[in-house]
Design a protein around this ligand. Structure first.
Ligand SMILES: Cc1cc2nc3c(=O)[nH]c(=O)nc-3n(C[C@H](O)[C@H](O)[C@H](O)COP(=O)(O)O)c2cc1C
Length: 195
């Protein structure tokens, strides 16, 4: 079964991006595929990128777990908050550690040719669109196949129903989210066919 790693760039309780990711995960599962959420404990345990630490001890366990998750996934869905017009430190740290080669996985196993889709949510009027551009560029530099469809949900505080359901309140936005998931699954199939 196709496995889609799902990772959010926020550990905030009540995170809009986690909520958006949950809505996307439901669509992945609805399409008959396996969403694989990255667990918050692993993300919390990841130290800041530190080359002295890396030289002394190799990759930290959390980085190894994250690398395994990337390497084992057929595709990746990232929900990206925007900090000061850019990527959050959490997400950049994940990408930086994951880009380091180790005995188990070369960096290319995690990013090279791997289909990835970006979504984001923000209380602001642009929905974190400026940050998505930066994440796209970083992942592109690493050789990931960042799919064209993306979604930035503006005014995120009003975007989700109060009952906690994993769906966007606005039908057109929900359709746009489904289009992102469809686009990711399309490129996962294409990448598999090309392999
Ligand atoms: C350091 C910092 C910088 C931020 N910069 C932006 C920004 O440039 N654009 C924006 O739309 N929101 C910005 N925000 C607000 C975040 O979008 C908001 O906190 C959002 O809820 C974070 O995502 P989350 O709900 O998934 O945790 C910033 C928040 C922080 C803490």
């Amino acid at each position: 079964m196709t496995q889609i790693l799902c990772i959010a760039g926020s550990l905030r309780s009540g995170s809009y991006n986690v909520r958006l990711l949950e809505a996307a995960q439901a669509l992945v599962a609805g399409a008959g595929h396996q969403p694989v959420p990255m667990d918050g404990d692993t993300l919390r345990a990841l130290p800041l990128m530190d080359q002295d630490l890396e030289a002394r001890e190799g990759l930290p366990d959390a980085a190894k777990r994250i690398k395994r998750a990337f390497a084992g996934a057929d595709g990746v869905l990232m929900a990206c908050p925007e900090y000061n017009g850019s990527i959050t430190p959490l997400l950049k740290n994940v990408i930086d550690w994951t880009s380091r080669p180790d005995d188990d996985h070369p960096a290319s196993a995690c990013f090279g040719g791997k289909p990835m889709a970006l979504i984001g949510a923000s209380p602001g009027g642009l929905g974190g669109l400026r940050g998505l551009r930066h994440v796209r560029e970083i992942l592109g530099n690493l050789g990931a196949l960042v799919v064209p469809a993306q979604l930035a949900v503006a005014r995120a505080g009003d975007a989700f129903p109060g009952d906690g359901s994993a769906v966007l309140g606005d039908e057109r936005q929900q359709q746009a989210l489904a289009a992102v998931v469809d686009n990711l699954l399309h490129w996962v199939r294409a990448a598999r066919g090309a392999a």
